[in-house]
Design a protein around this ligand. Sequence first.
Ligand code: TXA
Ligand code: MG
Length: 306
Amino acid sequence: MTEFLETSEAGIARAAQLLAKGETVAFPTDTVYGLGADARSDAAVSAIYEAKGRPSFNPLIVHVASVEMAFEFGVFSDAARAFVEKHWPAPVTVVVPLREKSALSTIVTAGQPSVALRMPRHEVASQLLDAFGGPLAAPSANLSGRISPTTVAHVTKGLSGRIGAILRGGATEAGLESTILSFLGDAPIVLRDGAFDSTGILRETGNRDVPIVPGQLASHYAPDAALRLNAVAVKGDEFHIGFGAVTGEINLSPASNLAEAAARLYSALHRAEDKGADRIAVAPIPNEGLGRAINDRLRRAAAPRI
Ligand code: TXA
Ligand code: MG
């Protein structure tokens, strides 16, 4: 049975206790809700995959309470160290070489010699990490391949009965997953667009010597319905998600604000799914700044299911 916990001191203490026993706990972060488990325990990390029904063992992001905790698990170049000291806590994940003999479960890193680390900027997440006192592996708290959760209701819809507990925080702020940067080479490279503005940082190119992001399947973040992008007008019975002057049935941001649109994107897709829409049309979103991450998620949601 899944426990519903308040974000009080007692609720967070209980969540930390469950994590220490190897259970999974869903918790709010600055991006989306995560499904956390002790990143040092093979059994606890396996429980994440089982709860999500995740078919393959992609490496997971390890959430830490502090920059110092990150240094225990990853080898930070001067550039990587300067970056996290400047920006964390923030919705940005860094991929760095895995420290030898680190305490992390090899399932978390999928046996790779690198590790993805992030310190979330969220009061409940950091209180939980402090109370637990260790690293938490945490993918988004949704069934594999489904829309990421930005509210407790979304988490409950997908995972109630499958996980140890859900911490009842409010809606998450950014609404999109973290930006992932590789610090494995000489200069940082964007592996995944996300909630952190990565303008000016190099993007992945065809010939690079960093591993691809295995979780970046073409079809991901997918609702049941078929999705049509760049839709200025609806066809037939489509559920229309608008942006700016393209009104739609719901509008991601009437003022064309990309941060607001990012925060509302998954909620809008959940709404369409809950209404039983078979077809969803989404208004054009400018491909700049956060719009890149929004369009990335929309393209994956629209891709044929595999
Ligand atoms: O905002 C977020 O990042 C959320 C919240 C809960 O923190 N978490 C999240 O985790 O999106 P997840 O597991 O859905 O995405 C992890 C991504 C995957 O694409 C995975 O392949 C990549 O990180 N990744 C993990 N370790 C990696 C590594 N060593 N090298 C390259 N990519 C890695
Ligand atoms: Mg996910």
